[in-house]
Design a binder for this molecule. Structure first.
Ligand SMILES: [Fe+2]
Length: 282
């Protein structure tokens, strides 16, 4: 079997995305939908509801009363928080594994994706971007292609890194050159297979802004910036750290003041701490 066919075969072996994720995303995006619709969609899935309530009632959350319905969770924590909890709890399966080729231990990619999602959501909120749950989800899933590609990267990592250092290619360009596939394109294929919206597929495919036009899509640019902030902080994680192009014009558009980048790096660190404490406690 050739390499590409081998990769595509693995797409079908990933843990599927629960239907409730698609329903939550489409309701969150629908101005006609009510809070009640959203609560009902989650409540109709007993396993997802049980998982959500277990976390809501954990010592970490420190709520003063026992929460026993999704509706009550929303009124205590707010809709945004509950939606994010449902999304993150149900998208972690594939990402929470070691990604050998990228030098990522078990949990590294997942923890980083969560912190990037939190930064992307804050950044999107600051700019009044719509579709926060979609941007949050895109940030969680942006590197889903790595889950498959890492095995192939592992065999060729030296050749890939040589192109990065010798030819000034970004890691994603070098993946493509050496393997005939990169983690953004493969991520798009996976998102399509999982029947995500065209914009979700677009954000995942373009999260490194390799395609010039994508720099004009505010949500995709937000994702890119959140990811770059993560790489600037997590300098020791992954073989591809900072091996991506820095598009200064995109930075300048979003952060006319350099202090804003620093502030976001500090925010990222506080989100990391929050995630670590949460994972230790739950
Ligand atoms: Fe990436």
């Amino acid at each position: 079997m050739d390499r590409l066919a081998g990769m595509l075969k693995k797409v079908n072996q990933l843990d599927p995305v629960p239907v409730v994720i698609h329903k939550v995303l489409s309701l969150a995006d629908d101005p006609e939908a009510s809070l009640k619709d959203l609560v009902e969609v989650v409540e109709r899935d007993p396993a997802i509801t049980a998982n959500l309530l277990k976390t809501v009632n954990s010592a970490y959350m420190g709520l003063p009363v026992k929460v026993d319905s999704v509706h009550q969770a929303v009124s205590m924590l707010g809709l945004q928080k509950v939606v994010e909890m449902v999304l993150s709890q149900n998208l972690s399966g594939n990402l929470n594994r070691p990604q050998k080729g990228y030098g990522l231990a078990k949990g590294d990619l997942w923890r980083q994706s969560l912190a990037v999602a939190m930064v992307a959501r804050s950044l999107a909120r600051q700019q009044d971007l719509m579709g926060l749950p979609a941007i949050y989800t895109a940030a969680l899933l942006k590197d889903i292609g790595k889950v498959i590609l890492h095995e192939f990267v592992a065999d060729q990592v030296e050749a890939i890194q040589e192109l990065v250092t010798e030819k000034g290619m970004s890691f994603v360009e070098a993946e493509n050159d050496v393997l005939g596939m990169d983690h953004t394109t493969l991520g798009g294929i996976i998102a399509k297979q999982w029947q995500f919206s065209p914009h979700m597929i677009y954000m995942i495919e373009n999260h490194h802004l390799t395609n010039q036009a994508s720099r004009n899509d505010p949500a995709t640019a937000t994702l890119y910036l959140a990811d770059m902030i993560a790489m600037m902080v997590d300098t020791g994680i992954g073989v591809d750290r900072l091996a991506y192009h820095v598009y200064q014009d995109v930075f300048n558009d979003f952060f006319p003041d350099k202090q804003q980048v620093k502030a976001l790096m500090i925010t990222y660190k506080s989100f990391q701490r929050e995630i670590r404490e949460f994972m230790e406690a739950v």
